[in-house]
Design a protein around this ligand. Sequence first.
Ligand SMILES: Nc1ncnc2c1ncn2[C@@H]1O[C@H](COP(=O)(O)OP(=O)(O)OP(=O)(O)O)[C@@H](O)[C@H]1O
Ligand SMILES: Nc1ncnc2c1ncn2[C@@H]1O[C@H](COP(=O)(O)OP(=O)(O)OP(=O)(O)O)[C@@H](O)[C@H]1O
Ligand SMILES: [Mg+2]
Ligand SMILES: [Mg+2]
Lengths: 249, 249
Amino acid sequence: VTRTFCIANQKGGVGKTTTAINLATAFALAGHATLLVDLDPQCNATSGVGQRPVDVHPLLVGEPLRQRVVPTEVTELYLLPGSRRARDADTLAHADPLQAEHVVEHLTEGTQIFDYVVIDSPPSLGRLTQTALRASDEVLMPIQCEYFAMEGLTQMIELIRDIMRSSQRQLAFGGILLTMYDHHLELTQEVDEQVRDFFGEIVFSTTIPRDVLVSEAPSHGKSVLEYAPRSRGARAYIELCMEIFDSVS
Amino acid sequence: VTRTFCIANQKGGVGKTTTAINLATAFALAGHATLLVDLDPQCNATSGVGQRPVDVHPLLVGEPLRQRVVPTEVTELYLLPGSRRARDADTLAHADPLQAEHVVEHLTEGTQIFDYVVIDSPPSLGRLTQTALRASDEVLMPIQCEYFAMEGLTQMIELIRDIMRSSQRQLAFGGILLTMYDHHLELTQEVDEQVRDFFGEIVFSTTIPRDVLVSEAPSHGKSVLEYAPRSRGARAYIELCMEIFDSVS
Ligand SMILES: Nc1ncnc2c1ncn2[C@@H]1O[C@H](COP(=O)(O)OP(=O)(O)OP(=O)(O)O)[C@@H](O)[C@H]1O
Ligand SMILES: Nc1ncnc2c1ncn2[C@@H]1O[C@H](COP(=O)(O)OP(=O)(O)OP(=O)(O)O)[C@@H](O)[C@H]1O
Ligand SMILES: [Mg+2]
Ligand SMILES: [Mg+2]
């Protein structure tokens, strides 16, 4: 059975794309056929694995998705590339319920052949992110240990609850992931405590440390697992992958 | 004459809200009547100056804007608070050209009494950001010195050029600001060089250093200028304010 994760958080710059790329790569390196889906008009997930954005978004083309999926440098890791065209971003962002339903069907049909699917979404709670959530089994929320990161959480949780109630698929909380974790900073400790008090079990015990090698990797078109496999960032993403394997959805 | 800045960048987490709060505070501390406008549904600018989001966004209420503006702890600094209501975010994000024009008029009418207006926008190139750009004289783009930050720039510049051609007001480039600058990191040096080679004059000579006091300030509902006035972050924002005073738009 395919397990589909949506990496989502309205707050910008919290590590959604970085988590999508490195988690998908960890699944693939463990031997599972994995698809990384780029739903962000910035196409950072596409370039972060060394590929190029396409002219028209594969979800807006009439053909079966399988024909639009491209291989990457990592065996077992495949990519559904994004598109930078403003018109595509607009179409996906303003889809009405019927169009959105078509996109969800198109996405779920094309992904059955994979063991894992990881969807990178834009920093928003708009219709494109809602479509991504409706096509997923689990939502994984990266959170930076910063003050502003706590603020938008309740809105995000409310939206996820709405989708859980109305979506055909059973959307579950895949977990909250603390990223860019710096245990020397008091602010990091404070946010860690508040998030674990508030959310308890659903917070991953794995945290991702702030590690400059993580932010250098995309400029080489690689995940940090390939660029610097012994780095603290790479080891943390492998640990996260193990934690996800242990948890049955 | 009122000078209106829109702080914009599609990339998330690059320091838009932090720059909006601290620049607006610097203008106010220099004795200029300043309005900070929160157009982001996360309402980070509102809470960052110690205020509360409102139930209905002031731009969607029929009354004159002046009645919705609230004072802050800083003399001369006023706030147009944001709203977290999903319906408001949706209405503003999906406004058709006529509705968007009403919002622009509503905003520009209400801001004439201020010397400076600073608009914080969400991480997107969608219609809400376009409305914010149409209501502004200058666009200021914060950029983090990271690889992904360079990627979306051309899309952003293209959108700004489109707005310059079609907007009633004369939108100009207010400048590109390098934020979370860490001169020990090679990646920071590389991005700095690339951005200055590509954009030349419009890059501010002031850069904002990464400074934990900057990220702590909002949890006290204050700008870093009030929370830690002698910090490197506070001094950099004052320097930026001076650089803007020197440049005539
Ligand atoms: N663990 C880490 N250590 C250091 N830098 C990191 C780490 N994780 C992410 N980064 C860097 O932080 C920046 C933000 O991360 P990323 O782009 O993945 O966030 P995002 O949530 O996808 O942003 P957006 O909201 O724009 O989509 C990037 O430049 C990335 O390289
Ligand atoms: N110079 C700095 N030094 C250290 N931390 C900073 C600095 N500037 C911003 N930050 C922190 O980085 C995070 C991102 O900044 P901010 O929220 O201002 O970005 P943004 O572009 O407004 O994000 P969004 O795209 O979600 O609106 C915040 O937690 C903020 O406190
Ligand atoms: Mg991203
Ligand atoms: Mg912001």
